[in-house]
Ligand binder design. Structure first.
Ligand code: NAD
Length: 383
């Protein structure tokens, strides 16, 4: 079997790696830089702390109209702004929302038409040019967007993506310092998101030995640091392990794909505005139980790393393990807790089934019945 492994052109990781931004910009010599970030990061001073020194040397414009889980309209506004501005470099600084929009600014603004024209489920056009160089700098340890070729947008009922090699970062800078200020609940949600990337990539039908190695290392790092990062946000060791774990999980899933958890999470994000990490977290235990019969050995290996304890587990034990993990970082474990009505499970199922790209990587085929049952289990919880 032939397998490929794709990466951004260059990535820097580790404490202090943000310093590499200047070296890279000195090489690139851009004349107009667009920084895509969000208002919270401006408010807490993070943008000023890390990017204000750029102003001495470069012409920098700040764009902060970034919604969490950005809508298509938000992406279109930014693409239009970027097209007008004539920028020759884009820096994305933030969580997955800002990084995905930075990809859109860099690429869609240089192609004809709108973001909607290039969506995976409904788009009709193919991207023709790579756009301007983009440098992606995550401030959460979760999405892995800095190393993937995907930009996610929220639609009415579900989410969709623009996905193409052109969206891959030229430079990714993954500096754990920038995550020290992430609040507890967002640390938990983004951390479970990163774990879900690693686990789904490991179990994906497209996994290979290289993606398995990336995924397993990511699970080890996240298992050893997630609770500590949630409880002690200032802990540099925990933030560093989470940052590197999220980066490796991003590389694993970019190359092997994510599957059922993400397919079912997208409608929760769009219909009920659950943050992406929380949508994954509330579904993870129930999807793992459902698919466990088809990937027991690999799933058991993940469970052994998570518990630091080697044993064979039943479907129910796997369910309980993931349930307790989500509970232990303080996140809701049922759809009921989010106030999602049972009557919406049918429409959630109808939207999830449209995510064929994601569902195709599931080790167990998930049709309408299985998907409905997973939502039903997630609605009721363990009791
Ligand atoms: P986010 O970017 O929406 O950020 C969540 C909140 O955290 C925001 O309010 C933000 O201001 C705040 N925040 C971020 N960094 C902070 C910091 N250092 N200190 C304090 N607050 C901080 O959340 P996210 O989970 O990182 O990204 C979610 C988005 O990414 C969704 O749209 C999701 O669909 C997408 N996503 C993309 C990919 C990809 O490969 N492109 C993968 C997974 C998810």
């Amino acid at each position: 079997m032939i397998s490929t492994l794709r990466f951004p052109r260059r990535s820097y990781t580790g404490w202090g790696s943000i310093a590499k931004l200047f070296e890279e910009l000195e090489d690139l010599k851009p004349s107009r830089i667009l920084v895509v970030t969000d208002q919270t990061l401006v408010k807490i001073g993070l943008v000023h702390q890390y990017l204000s020194p750029l102003n001495k040397q470069f012409n920098v414009s700040l764009y902060t109209d970034v919604e969490p889980e950005p809508s298509l309209a938000c992406a279109e506004r930014l693409a239009a702004y970027a097209r007008e501005g004539g920028f020759d470099c884009v820096i994305g600084l933030g969580g997955g929302s800002a990084l995905d929009l930075a990809k859109i600014a860099a690429v869609i603004s240089q192609n004809e038409g709108d973001t909607a024209d290039y969506l995976n489920l409904s788009g009709t056009r193919k991207l023709k040019t790579r756009g301007v160089p983009k440098i992606l700098i995550p401030t959460t340890s979760g999405t892995g967007s800095e190393v993937t070729d995907i930009a996610v947008v929220s639609l009415e009922g579900t989410k969709d993506v623009v996905t193409h090699d052109f969206l891959l970062a030229d430079i990714a800078i993954v500096d754990p310092q920038l995550t020290l200020t992430v609040p507890k609940r967002i640390t938990a949600a983004t951390g479970i998101d990163a774990l879900t990337h690693a686990v789904e990539a490991f179990l994906s039908v497209n996994a290979n030995e290289a993606t398995d190695a990336l995924a397993i290392k990511a699970v080890e790092l996240i298992a050893g640091s997630l609770r500590n990062a949630v409880e002690n946000g200032e802990n540099q060791e925990a933030r560093t392990a989470m940052s590197y774990g999220s980066y490796l999980a991003g590389l694993a899933f970019f190359n092997a794909g994510v599957a059922g958890v993400h397919a079912l999470a997208y409608p929760l994000g769009s219909q009920f505005k659950l943050p992406h990490g929380e949508s994954n977290a509330v579904l993870l235990p129930y999807v793992m139980k459902t698919i466990s019969s088809t990937c027991r050995n690999k799933l058991n290996r993940v469970c052994n790393i998570l518990t630091n304890h080697g044993e064979e587990r039943s479907e129910e034990e796997i369910l309980t393990l993931f349930y307790k993990l989500v509970e232990s970082v303080g996140l809701p474990t049922t759809l009921k807790e989010y106030g999602i009505p049972e009557s919406s499970l049918t429409s959630l199922t109808e939207d999830a089934i449209k995510q064929k790209r994601l569902l195709a990587r599931s080790p167990k085929p998930l049709g309408k019945d299985e998907i409905y049952q997973i939502y039903q289990m997630a609605f009721n919880g363990l009791n």
